[in-house]
Ligand binder design. Sequence first.
Ligand code: PEP
Ligand code: MG
Length: 905
Amino acid sequence: MIQYVHMFSEGDRDQKDLLGGKGANLAEMVKLGLPVPPGFTITTDACRAYLSEGQVPPEVRVEVTQRLRDVEDLIGRQLGDYEEPLLLSVRSGAKFSMPGMMDTVLNVGLNDDSVEALARFASDERFAWDSYRRLIQMFGKTVLDIDGELFSAIMDRAEEAAGARTEVGLDAEDLKQVVAEFKELVLKETGSPFPQTPRKQVDMAIEAVFRSWNTERARLYRRRERIPDDLGTAVNVQAMVFGNLGETSGTGVCFTRDPSSGHSGVYGDYLPNAQGEDVVAGIRNTLALADLEGRDETVYRELRTAMRRLETHYRDLCDIEFTVERGKLWMLQTRVGKRTAGAAFRVATQLVDEDLITMDEALERVNGEQLTQLLFPQFDRDADRTLVAVGMGASPGAAVGEVVFDNASAEARKAEGASVILVRRETSPDDLPGMIAAAGVLTARGGKTSHAAVVARGMGKCAVVGAEDLKVDVTAKEIRVGEHVVRQGDTLAIDGKTGEVFLGDVHVVDSPVMTYISEGIEAGEAAAEDSETKELVQAVHRLLTHADSRRRLRVRANADTGEDAQRARDRGAEGIGLCRTEHQFLGERRQQIERVVLAETDEERETALAELLPAQTQDFVSLLTAMDGLPTTIRLIDPPLHEFLPDLTDLTVKVALAEERGESGPEVDRARELRDAVRSMHEANPMLGLRGVRLGLKIPELFELQIRAIAEAVVRLRKDGKDPQPEIMVPLIGSNRELVIVRDQAERIIAEVAEANGESMDLPIGCMIELPRAALTANRIAQTAEFFSFGTNDLTQTTWGFSRDDVETAFFPRYLENGVLTISPFETLDALGVGELVRIGVEKGRSTQPDLKAGICGEHGGDPESIHFFHNAGLDYVSCSPFRVPVARLEAGRAVALTESGSSI
Ligand code: PEP
Ligand code: MG
């Protein structure tokens, strides 16, 4: 038979699934012999049964009766007793903390008779009546569903009548009157009197807590925090103890270490003669915990001992709620405390130094999100700020600068020493120079994998995208937002983490952890402004070094230039997993590609290609130099053709205007020809059209140029005594045959270059797996590919049928709201769908080639949760933006520690 109700003394902290976090920790404290008011926990099983059946299982009532009697025996008071009544608290407690989301009812058990008994027992009439009115108010609101405002209005009137500023000013007589009015209100609103039977109150409160699992705000909170809806909450029923029985009583909260610095010490607040809610409500100023020593040394000592025991036992920073009732300490709650990112790293290493945890455990206690927070420069939270819009934080960081709308202005102002924010409705590869020059990028359209977002993340540059309130007029060079007009040259500040856009300057502070990551431990220590920060830099260094020693996944970077590659290498990248070569065909070179594509004769095309070869070879020379000795995956050109051609609308307008004005001549003819050519190549869904290997097969000269440039770069570097390790990667493969053709072509060119230079050259040729068909036929593709790299951006796009540039602003907000998605699948890998294809791809690929090297180079390569997935799927490496390399190193190490200890991320 299922047991639905457990005394605190029966459980322990490992039973959070069944007892909820609060219940499990209360049980653990009882086990430790700490003074916990007696009570019991009704399990999440009971809640789930309630949620599916619509009623509390009948066994619960029976078990509650038995456990209630145990509690009465333990404390020596009885529910509803006329002399020393037992009062109960009934609180929710789910597996994951959901602060303030669900219901709590205190003082359960009071009625018209026991209130008098309480007054006598406590020798305090006011206290008793105040407790009773609190019960009716809380019970009325949460159990009986009466509008809380109606209770507040009665309180307000009472305060006014008594000439009191707050409820503290009401005396026993006033409160009796309030209770009478509250009871009338209950009768009027529900048609029944306030329940006088204590046991009935208990049962109703339990049911109300179960019910509160599914309130609108609780559901919303769970969606945001990605807590599953089917967990249910436990209910903790516990004997009340009172901190408001005079000056020898009180209530407080404390931490075993400072949650912001991590240092050991006495941290907390204490409020004499008060109940828990009073501390939260902030009606009176609290005392520092240390002041308790002067008020009651015995209690203080006892509390310090309990804090030490808890920390030693949990081997972590704990937070604690306690109450002192007439000189007796009671522990009401404990849990492993929340902390800042910096404290997480410091506490973890402090605990290692105190021999409380191992380095592996320390690694489990920190995460990539926290490390990311430590890497970004941040706005000074205390600064004055004017918020004008909120978009999506697409690439964290803080940037302040002059608004510019185009590349030329961005570059010119940057050259003059200004910091600029590039503002566009959306960005395209054409905007790259402006993005490079800018301190931050702001767009009104696009989602987290829009061009602006991906490129900015790649550069470690702050970006806010999809700030739809901004009316960006690039021609007029102004933004309208609400009542404000922001013109070119005006200052904006953007927060790439929160997506906030501020008017004017906001002070920015730099991160010493970032200095450590890119320049080493000594530079990081030197950049720290105080000893605490220095300790933080050292903690990050120790944990990251440990992660490196533990991880199986290699970490590479996505980088397109020698400069980016060097930056990635400085941050610990062990190779390049993706060089998007199309980024090398921007600016002036775009026109050369345009000529290749639009060439009418072979000769024209050859000339254009011949001009590109030296430049492209130089690109690879600089990339391979930065990555000397390390694998460098160079992807052949991928994007849709139209990205290299002039804009169709511009051309159409140009021709139409010329015709209207009756202009003619070679220039107009040329424009007309160009328009026709571009029109003939126009595609409705370019991302599903002529791109990737398809482009390579249609215009083989493009791939040929790139392969030749790679081979020649190898020759050149080898002559200089270097050790280039390029790997040639073919994008968007859907069929093995496509790869066979490109591989034959590549081998022929490589052999030609090698022979001409008296070299031998065997460059690995592999492909991206970024279409479902590629994953499903990976056993065939592995007959030809020497490596796989999963392109999870396209794989997500094609598996879901989501256009990656459009959907995030179009309907994702709605999908997140109604729970179809818990997070964008472009941000965290959709393990069930896209992840399954990755698994299938790896498995099938290795069924043909057992040692097949497989990596991932989509945006997910830098996402903590996804990295754990890739570790478990048996990939060899992840490749992410240079900025995220340290995060990936840390998470890849954590994946090993967590898997070995059987914990989850
Ligand atoms: C991908 O599709 O995951 C990928 C890395 O390629 P791109 O983002 O350039 O399409
Ligand atoms: Mg792709």
